[in-house]
Design a protein around this ligand. Sequence first.
Ligand code: CA
Length: 388
Amino acid sequence: MRIDSRKITIIALSLLIGLWAPLSAFAGGNGESRKIVVFDSTIVNEAAQDAILRGVGGVVIKPLPMLNGVAVILPETAVGALAGRSGVSRIDDDLVIYATGRTPPPQPAQTLPWGIQRVNAPAAWSISAGSGVKVAVIDTGIQLDHPDLAANIAGGYNAVNPTKAASDGNGHGTHVAGTVAAVNNSIGVAGVAPQARLYSVRVLNNAGTGFLSDIIEGLDWCRSQNIRVANMSLGSSGSNQSFHDAISLAYASGIVLVAAAGNNGGGYGTGTGQVDYPGAYPEVIAVSATDRNDRFAVFSSSGPAVDLAAPGVNVFSTYKGSGYATLNGTSMSTPHVTGAAAVRLALHPTETPEQVKAVLQSTAVDLGLPSEQQGAGLVDAYAAALAP
Ligand code: CA
């Protein structure tokens, strides 16, 4: 029996460069809002209050006799007319009150990150937004109640602590999940496949490190749940038979496996430049990183194992604490490819991992970089959706 003495340390492949603090207030935008309408009791009695509010399309929530007022849901168009009416003293907002210390940050109006646009995701959405495709984020977990992710989260498994939910105490997995499938709504960002179903598979602890055994368990869980795409923004320079066997078995079960090439480029890390495992295994789509000007990212690993390139510099996405952050790394480029795979699979659900990889590569955009840097080129979700 061969014992591999090299210690395998799996690490999350990102570099935190700064948190973005949202400043703009959340806008409801559905045409109605909760108000407290206060009446002059010498002019309007309680029965008349109800009639006035119903007359302008209001839905009474509850009377507030202490103030001679009423809590009511009012159409925006009714507020102005009501304010000028005889007997109405004032109209106040029915403010949202939070338990002290638990105030979630205000949610910014939705913007489309440059990487989402660069991989042609918005164009793809007219054909496919990855609807219903089961995508696992094998990572530090996901903030399960993040306001821009919660609607797409369908389940999860915590291999680090199986008695607990697969939530995210680090932020890395939440960021990755947003690039795959943040909801296309009025807030935050949108992912490449904003209608995919997200599964949080927690294999890395809050420091962003973990054991191979947890990844093996996570891959086995993905098999049992019929996951179609697994994003692994993680890696190790070490390889052994257990690692490769688990990857091979997951691949054979029909899961498209997408992994970070690694951050071993000249600027950071060990400087070896080589692609990490599992990305270096032939069953896995290894993703390098490019920047806004389509240049190869200085930190990105390179080599013959690189299959595709994707945006990995200044990537804006969801983050823990119901927030948003801008991060760098092949961790951030990988979920762009994962999202494109989901876009493709929603249209062609019977395609094998080998077929999905072939389509993503044949439709990728040649950036003119060496193949050891870009692989087949920059992933293009729209072109992958259009391909026969
Ligand atoms: Ca959004």
